[in-house]
Ligand binder design. Structure first.
Ligand SMILES: O=c1ccn([C@@H]2O[C@H](COP(=O)(O)OP(=O)(O)O[C@H]3O[C@H](CO)[C@@H](O)[C@H](O)[C@H]3O)[C@@H](O)[C@H]2O)c(=O)[nH]1
Ligand SMILES: [Mn+2]
Length: 740
């Protein structure tokens, strides 16, 4: 995509540029989209003008449902145009930044890492992330790292303490050899031997040191006991009482490295970044608001310790993969011409643990390479909760005004005395602190929604700020994608519920964003906002036409009819376009095919259950929660994942739905074809052609399900209980009246 630069003239060279696809490419896409739109309209027209007589009973009902489904799909497709319409691509020039600002003129940066459970999120994983962000290529005295531990676990503090010791060797090493990535686990995990530039002895001794660190931390994880020697070195350990627990403990803030102190130096005598451990107070009767609550606590704690104008946050499993990310992000904030109103810079989510041809279609390349650049094009990439740089003022509720001038070099520390400072910080993260304040409403991250991040970003944009999306060639962050079907579906259910809640609340992009953000952006948000609404039409489309096929009820135009053309055109055009996009964005054809399967599975399970649960919650039956996404997988399951085998294993309603749909279509296809051939000969297939193809495609895409059901013997296969339940549902449909 060759680009044209959009920027007015100025004296100093820009810190970033924005590129767009060529005008030709944009118009070609729009032309294509209008032909598809014409097809959609014709499909609607056909449905409206060929309604069967009501006396035809089943056919009439099936027709009605199908029309509604197609009406929705058409409408939804129009929404998705917003994330294809006008992508923009950003390029930052950190060298210019270096030339323009001296080190002491650069802003301080506060980095937040969140963890919530030392069993689901192993402390070694957490500290690898912490070490990767401590090692950013940025003046260390300007860098402050805060770890929020929602489990309030002494083991996590211990791991962090060990990390602070290891950092004294790791940071100078990274600096000396320009190491990438700077997560020691990721680095030593991929590099088997020292690169040429490295001193061999130094490299091996550091690797050994890291191995020892892992051994010490893991032994404490296993035993649950902190070694006495460490206890003497860090006062924080004495703060845990016998009866403190996950849900019931006081607030603890512990400054492990105080960057202000001269003695906090690495082995080369250079300053280290400030490192702070925080566990906010938890009491069983007080709602803690999950990750949103910890982020707000971190904002307050950091406000008395460093109060940097820039805040970055990552999930504990998302290490920094690019040591230049801070400088890149600052290029956007500090551009004199265009940076004024930028509230946050979001990096894409990329995953370290996905394999080639991932069976779950995990590499979300089209989302990262197309959807997000388009949101950016509308002036508002959304905030995704991790890998995002924020302007503190905007995050804390400031409304954008052109007169406002940021003081990038401000430093604020309430008191020099560390003990006082910790005490002060602790008083800001008690359970009652937020009572009757605007925290979670106007200030900080918004509460009450499983997608706190998206809603927060939207609110910031509605206050007049813009956001940008930055996707440099070397990925900024790498995280862990769930690698089992159940986990993925559950994660998507949480997201879908979150999006649906947003769409139905006063925070809906159409209400909150009315006249504040562009229509394109409102539509862009709604693409995810209406995920849940896709569930019912999709479920209908993958069951009813097949059942009708079995029963000889035709629902689509005959293959010889001119009305067949729009149906065929829309389907072929939409899918080939999606395939081409996917290939262009770097997916393989297999990945695309797998992603289509996951798309189907998510729609008939995660989206469906999310819709049902949201309705139940609106009726006051259930409360929302946050099921942590697993970060460790059973080694055998991991092997299977690498071999491209889908992981089922235990009973779940979601699996039962998937299997039922798969079995139903298999039965319909076999019985339906047999019937047509036996009774009427192949000629009569004409009226059923579309349904036969649809049914066959559903069968083809469900191949891994049949395999898991009938062929596989490993522990990840479909449990017999799921098969039995599905069979009981499908059987009656196969033997019941063939002429309804
Ligand atoms: O009570 C809680 C629950 C979670 N977390 C942290 O939140 C992060 C994200 O949780 P995870 O289980 O990994 O969820 P994912 O589904 O992987 O998270 C995605 O979706 C979330 C919203 O649902 C976003 O907040 C995340 O940034 C995004 O990566 C992790 O670091 C957790 O430690 C907390 O700090 N406190
Ligand atoms: Mn995660």
């Amino acid at each position: 995509m060759a680009g044209s630069s959009v920027r007015g003239g100025s004296n100093c060279p820009p810190l970033f540029v924005t590129e767009k696809p060529t005008r030709m490419a944009r118009y070609a896409y729009r032309l294509f989209a209008s032909t598809v739109l014409a097809g959609v309209l014709l499909v609607w027209l056909y449905r409206a003008t060929h309604v069967p007589p009501m006396s035809s009973g089943a056919r009439w009902w099936a027709w009605l449902g199908l029309s509604a489904a197609e009406l929705w799909f058409g409408f939804y497709w129009v929404l998705t145009l917003s994330v294809r319409w006008s992508p923009v691509f950003r390029r930052a020039f950190p060298d210019q930044l270096l030339r323009r600002y001296k080190e002491e003129q650069l802003p301080g940066v506060d980095i937040f890492v969140c963890t919530a459970d030392p069993t689901v999120e192993p402390p070694m994983l957490v500290i690898s992330t912490v070490l990767s962000v401590m090692a950013y290529d940025y003046p260390k005295e300007k860098l402050n790292i805060y770890l929020s531990d929602d489990a309030g676990s002494i083991i996590t503090l211990y791991a962090l303490y060990e990390a602070s010791e290891f950092a004294k060797h790791w940071l100078p090493f990274c600096n000396k050899y320009q190491v990438e990535p700077r997560s020691p686990a990721a680095y030593f995990g991929t590099e088997a031997s020292p690169p040429d530039a490295c001193d061999r002895k130094e490299w091996f001794s550091l690797k050994e040191m890291h191995k020892d660190l892992a051994a010490r931390v893991n032994s404490v994880v296993n035993s649950g006991k902190i070694p006495e020697v460490s206890k003497c070195k860090l006062m924080g350990f004495s703060r845990w009482s016998e009866n403190a627990s996950f849900r019931d403990h006081p607030s603890i803030v512990q400054i492990l490295i105080d960057g202000n102190k001269r003695k906090a130096t690495d082995v080369d005598g250079k300053v280290l970044p400030t490192l702070v451990y925080m566990a906010r107070e938890k009491r069983p009767q007080e709602h803690h608001h999950f990750k949103a609550g910890s982020l707000n606590a971190l904002i307050r704690v950091s406000s008395v310790i460093s109060n940097s104008p820039v805040i970055m946050n990552v999930d504990c499993d998302m290490y920094s993969n690019n040591s230049g990310s801070i400088r890149d992000a600052l290029c956007f904030f500090q551009d004199e011409q265009l940076g004024q109103d930028i509230a946050f810079v979001q990096y894409p989510q990329n995953f370290e643990n996905v394999v080639q041809n991932d069976i779950y279609g995990n590499p979300i390349n089209t989302v990262n390479e197309l959807d997000h650049p388009c949101l950016d094009g509308w002036g508002g990439m959304c905030y995704y909760g991790t890998g995002c740089f924020h302007r503190r003022e905007a995050l804390c509720g400031r409304i954008y005004s052109p007169d406002y001038k940021e003081d990038w070099t401000r430093v604020a520390r309430k008191t020099e005395d560390v003990i006082d400072l910790e005490g002060m910080a602790e008083s800001l993260v008690t359970c009652t602190y937020e009572h009757n304040t605007l925290w979670g409403v106007e200030k900080g991250v918004i509460y009450g929604c499983p997608l706190e991040d998206v809603i927060t970003g939207l609110q910031i944009q509605c206050r007049g700020w813009r956001s940008v999306y930055h996707n440099p060639p070397r990925k900024g962050f790498l995280g862990m994608a769930p690698t089992s079907l159940g986990q993925i579906l559950v994660q998507h259910k949480r997201w879908t519920e979150g999006f649906l809640q947003i769409s139905l609340s006063k925070y809906s992009p159409f209400l909150l964003g009315h006249r504040k953000i562009s229509l394109g952006l409102q539509m862009g948000y709604s693409v995810c906002g209406f995920w849940a609404a896709n569930s019912f039409p999709t479920l209908y489309y993958v069951t009813i036409p097949s059942l009708c096929f079995l029963n000889g009820i035709s629902l689509f135009p005959e293959i010889t009819s001119p009305w067949f053309v729009p149906f065929a055109y829309v389907a072929v055009a939409a899918y080939s376009c999606s395939l081409v996009e996917s290939l262009q964005c770097g997916d393989t054809a297999v990945e695309w095919w797998n992603a289509q399967r996951m798309w189907l599975f998510r729609r008939i399970t995660s989206y469906l259950l999310a819709a049902i649960d949201t309705i139940r919650r609106m009726l006051g039956v259930t409360e929302s929660g946050f099921t942590l996404t697993a970060k460790v997988t059973d080694p055998r399951a991991l092997e299977r994942y690498k071999k491209g085998m889908m992981e089922f294993g235990s009973f779940s309603v979601m699996f039962a739905i998937i299997t039922t749909v798969a079995l139903l279509n298999l039965a319909c296809m076999m019985l339906g074809v047999a019937k047509v051939l036996l009774r009427k000969g192949a000629v009569s297939l004409g009226a059923m052609f579309v349904q036969a193809v649809l049914c066959a495609l559903i069968v083809a895409i469900n191949f891994p399900v049949y395999e898991a059901m009938f062929v596989r013997k490993d522990s990840g296969r479909l449990p017999a209980s799921v098969s039995v339940v599905s069979l009981c549902i499908v059987l009656p449909f196969c033997i019941l009246p063939t002429k309804l």
